[in-house]
Design a protein around this ligand. Structure first.
Ligand SMILES: [Zn+2]
Length: 1013
């Protein structure tokens, strides 16, 4: 396949120059890779070409790979009752819908042959018979349950020809309750009103056969097969047609210009919705900016409403230029905004001033160490969701065997495995080019778990032992690199002189058991990874993302996790070896990247996934902060994503000048880079780095955020992990099929948010933090295990899918989940550098040991099951107690000190300062009445989420659905139409139950179609 083609296609279809930066496998035949489960091309083996590594296995003696005129090499199955292909049973586990497409060329029309047969056993399965079964002739797709035929999509009018290539597809579309069967791009059979969930058909150990039946005594397939694909999204006829069309033209034909299709309900664009239907006027705004910097336009402005309705501030949709041409000269100009569904045209009058840019803030706050804050039971003695989730992770982490996390490192260095060591699966398996990433998260998690388990000395000792063992082993391996393996033997110590593997022409990413190079003496001093140096070197040479030997995954992404984990261990325990490994590898990276031309760096860091480097810039800047060795700051800056940060090599615009340069890009590839920019600012105080982070955050939160706090999930471009193609168009371009809101992206957004707050105490930062923490991170963990979410789906009637319960196979999000749930207490309190102020950001039952002041602060509450909290001060002294007054606290914020009402002016969306000479035993009671409020999608206001205080309430759905649940609420007081029990956070609207998202495990609707009356 021609990768260049897809990237051109993307540019063509969406006409967005920023998208051109991201090429690679992300979109195949117009469908994002997040929709794909597996792909078997069968051109010489049964390997999965997708990133999921669900490699197939060929059984039987007579399978052959034959040359074919149309498709090159294809798999030929002889129909000998022995030969077939099996694919891993977990491939379909937990999926919501399923589509299967394949090219087949039948040698014989024998009745009873099976193209594929998938199911949990021989009584419950799903198969396609191209020439009919004994009972029913002709092509059909059949679902059997408990031995009984349940549904059959029958193509009565079609006779499948032999000895010619046919494109076959079957789609199980659960929300639409249909099963469709397609031949050569056309639908030829369908079942409607199908009442079933895929979990009735599949479990975690399924039989997935291509070319044979699960039940015995059916003939095996006698046919040639090419490009067998599994998708987790229900493909449309148009998409299936396109897959076929492109294949017939060798993958290179240009495709019609069209918007990606979708089945989201559409609404009239000139129909004012929700509060906008009561809108009487919208204010204009005046904004100042400095030459070169796009103004920061307020996303919400004052509105006036009719009919006595007290509406919220009005969401304005402003144009979003792709450069800073409008602000090159001093003067004034006007920008016209839109209000969704209305003809209002609010104006922003912008004054562009000359002179120096505004000064950027210094860091004035810092977080407490994890060990200083303990999570407590709530005021009624019950476990909180925080403790529940923490314990699921800590207890399972304690059971892990470090050798599993060291397996691929030892494998890369050709070292023997200790007895009992077994490799991890998923993205750390033998041939996966990202292997080692989970190890990095693991290092961080055990460091955090160690620091957080002061309440249990046994647990703490367990994690201490694990840390030592991990660091010692990694240290020993890193010391092998670039040194002779036998006395007097050859070696290459200079990282820039690493040769290709012995007997190879060039570098390759072969990690297979027989193919991986293990000549560590040639790898340069300091090198450490779970694979040889080739992927790093290939990236410099322009290698792209993919599963072939000539392709790579994301070498620096993985490295970032490992280095961050080592520094976390160093900072928690002072383990010098951990720091030495990080320094050695930091120097290796410095040696290589400092020789790479800037143009090459720009193109590397803008390569989709291959150039994803996590927070390497953050890790290197942090290493500089720890060691004071300047070269590490230099490396950090070599990771500048110049295009996104500064527009171009001349730094003419970019995020530093408030230009949105990240639209349509991969979210989790870029958020950590922004965090790196902030860390570089912290260590260098070069102002443009701060502006990059600050401008990014404001845009991400206001123009890309879903109600749970996630920021990824594009339908356009068709990739659930990307930012939408244009800002503030979540309904038009978001709500991707197959899930949105990659959980690791929210992990990173929270980290960025708290770090920004250390510089700039804007309440909206910690308001966002609270939203993402309660409604995404807490909501991402399974009910009774530490299994957790990758994407979190927000379409109507969705269901969360949890993975990695036993910590043996990690995706990116399974990795960050280890970190999130072992540091849940890390942002409840901050202090000022001078120890004169304490910040209370979150209302979580907990105890803070404020060592510098010899003060303990206890927070007693059942929040959010009640709307108040109590702080008890033990110890004494003068300090400012700053308490967050959340934006949602619109019904007042009441403070009592030692039982006596305080007259305070608490403004929502600010921090309230209580300045006092505190005495031992002082109590502060805070009441912040909750109320119901809606969070509408900016460009489609009737599609909204319901909140009670900070808590997202979601409709509990009985089954899958395609349309948004309709709800009518009272315009003057939403609460009038909602019944329920605030102490349980359980409510009903028209008989439908609403619960917090973090207590929802079944089907749910996060967004509703709301009418106000
Ligand atoms: Zn992820």
């Amino acid at each position: 396949m021609n990768k260049q083609f897809y990237f051109t296609l993307l540019g063509l279809v969406f006409g967005m120059s920023t998208m051109v930066a991201q090429s690679g496998n992300q979109i195949l035949d117009g469908i994002g890779e997040t929709g794909m489960i597996a792909r078997y091309i069968f051109n010489g083996d049964a390997k999965d070409w997708s990133r999921n590594n669900l490699h197939g296995r060929i059984y039987g003696p007579n399978a052959q790979f034959e040359d074919d005129e149309k498709f090159g090499k294809v798999l030929s199955l002889p129909g000998d009752d022995k030969t077939f292909v099996s694919i891993p049973g977990e491939a379909v586990e937990g999926e919501e819908s399923l589509s299967i497409t394949a090219w087949v060329n039948f040698n014989a029309d024998q009745v009873g042959q099976t193209l594929f047969d998938f199911g949990k056993d021989d009584r419950t399965h799903f198969f396609v018979s191209p020439f009919g079964t004994k009972k029913k002739d002709r092509l059909q797709a059949q679902i059997l349950q408990n031995g009984k035929e349940k549904y059959t999509a029958h193509a009565n009018d079609i006779t499948i020809e032999t000895n010619q290539w046919i494109h076959l597809a079957v789609v199980l579309d659960i929300p639409s309750k249909t099963m469709g069967i397609f031949v050569d791009g056309k639908q030829v059979g369908q079942v409607e009103s199908m009442e079933m969930e895929l979990e009735e058909l599949f479990t975690h150990e399924n039989l997935l056969y291509i070319g044979r039946s699960i039940t015995s005594n059916n003939p095996f397939l006698n046919a040639k097969i090419h490009d067998f694909r599994l998708y987790r999204i229900p493909l449309s006829e148009q998409q299936i047609g396109r897959i076929r069309y492109i294949a017939l033209r060798g993958g290179e034909e240009a495709v019609r210009r069209e918007k990606p299709e979708d089945n989201l309900p559409q609404f009239e664009t000139n129909n004012p919705q929700l509060y906008n239907s009561y809108l009487a006027g919208v204010s204009d705004v005046q904004v100042e900016t400095k030459v070169g910097n796009l103004p920061r336009l307020p996303r919400f402005v004052k509105g006036t409403y009719k009919s006595g309705v007290q509406g919220p501030e009005v969401r304005v949709l402003w144009p979003a230029p792709t450069d800073n041409a409008d602000v090159q000269q001093p003067g004034t100009y006007e920008v016209i905004g839109k209000v969704a569904g209305t003809n209002f045209q609010p104006k922003a009058i912008i004054t562009v001033k000359s002179g120096d840019d505004e000064a950027t803030p210094h860091q004035t706050l810092e977080a407490f160490e994890l060990a200083d804050v303990t999570l407590d039971s709530d005021a009624l003695g019950n476990q909180t969701k925080f403790i529940e989730n923490r314990d699921k992770f800590i207890n399972t982490l304690a059971e892990t065997n470090p050798d599993a996390f060291l397996y691929m490192f030892r494998n890369a260095f050709g070292q023997p495995q200790p007895a009992g060591a077994t490799p991890l699966g998923v993205w750390d398996s033998q041939e996966t080019k990202l292997r080692g990433h989970a190890t990095g998260h693991y290092l961080t998690a055990i460091a955090q778990a160690y620091a957080s388990t002061g309440y249990d000395k046994n647990l703490q000792a367990n994690f201490a032992k694990k840390m030592d063992y991990m660091v010692n082993t990694l240290y020993e391996l890193s010391q092998l690199s670039g040194h002779a393996n036998v006395a007097g033997g050859p070696y290459v110590s200079n990282p820039t002189e690493v040769p290709p593997g012995d007997g190879r022409e060039g570098f390759d990413s072969d990690l297979s058991e027989g193919g991986i190079r293990t000549d560590y003496w040639n790898w340069g001093e300091g090198f450490v990874s779970a694979y040889p140096p080739d992927q790093f070197i290939m990236l410099e040479g322009g290698a792209k993302y993919g599963t072939q030997k000539t392709q790579i995954w994301a070498p620096y992404y993985t490295l970032h996790k490992i280095l961050a984990g080592l520094m976390d261990i160093y900072e928690v325990t002072g383990n010098q070896k951990a720091l030495d490994i990080a320094k050695g590898m930091g120097s290796w990276v410095h040696a290589r990247l400092s020789q790479v031309p800037v143009d090459t760096l720009i193109s590397m860091w803008n390569t989709y996934i291959a150039g994803e480097f996590g927070g390497m810039n953050e890790a290197m800047a942090r290493l500089y902060r720890i060691t004071n060795e300047h070269r590490y700051l230099e490396v950090a800056q070599l990771f500048d994503n110049i295009k996104v940060f500064f527009g171009d090599a001349e730094h003419s615009h970019g995020l530093a000048k408030n230009v949105d340069t990240f639209r349509g890009l991969h979210a989790n590839q870029h958020i950590p880079q922004i965090m790196g920019a902030l860390e570089i600012y912290r260590d260098s105080e070069i102002p443009e780095y701060f502006r990059v982070a600050d401008n990014f955050w404001y845009k991400a939160k206001n123009d890309y955020m879903y109600s749970i706090g996630g920021v990824a999930g594009a339908r356009n471009p068709t990739n659930a992990e990307c930012f939408i193609g244009q800002p503030a168009t979540l309904y038009e371009n978001g709500f991707s099929a197959g899930g949105q809101n990659e959980t690791c992206a929210t992990y990173n957004m929270l980290k960025l948010t708290r770090n920004l707050f250390m510089f700039d105490q804007r309440t909206e930062l910690m308001d966002y933090y609270e939203r993402g923490l309660y409604n995404h991170i807490l909501a991402s963990v399974a009910e009774d295990s530490p299994a957790n979410t990758y994407h979190v789906p927000l379409r109507p009637g969705s269901i969360k899918r949890f993975g990695n319960a036993d910590m043996t196979g990690f995706t990116c999000c399974n990795g960050t989940a280890l970190e999130s749930s072992t540091k849940l207490q890390n942002s409840i309190y901050f202090e000022s550098h001078d120890h004169k102020a304490l910040y209370v950001n979150l209302f979580v039952p907990s105890t803070l040991q404020w060592k510098e002041r010899n003060i303990t602060v206890e927070q007693k509450t059942t929040f959010p099951k009640e709307d108040h909290t109590q702080l008890i001060i033990k110890g004494k002294g003068k300090f400012n107690l700053n308490v967050r007054v959340p934006q949602w606290a619109t019904k007042g914020f009441y403070v009592k000190i030692n039982g006596k009402e305080e007259k305070v002016l608490a403004q929502t969306g600010s921090y309230l300062t209580l300045s006092r000479n505190w005495k031992n035993g002082d109590t502060v009671d805070i009441k912040m009445p909750f109320q119901f409020h809606l969070d509408p999608v900016m460009d489609q206001q009737n599609i909204a989420s319901l909140f009670y205080g900070p808590i997202l309430l979601v409709a509990q759905e009985p089954e899958a659905r395609n349309d948004w649940r309709k709800v009518t609420l009272d315009a003057s007081d939403l609460g009038k139409t909602i019944q329920g029990n605030p102490e349980k956070l359980e409510f009903t609207i028209d008989g439908v139950v609403f619960k917090p998202f973090y207590e929802t495990y079944g089907r749910h609707s996060v967004y509703l179609d709301v009418t106000l009356k």
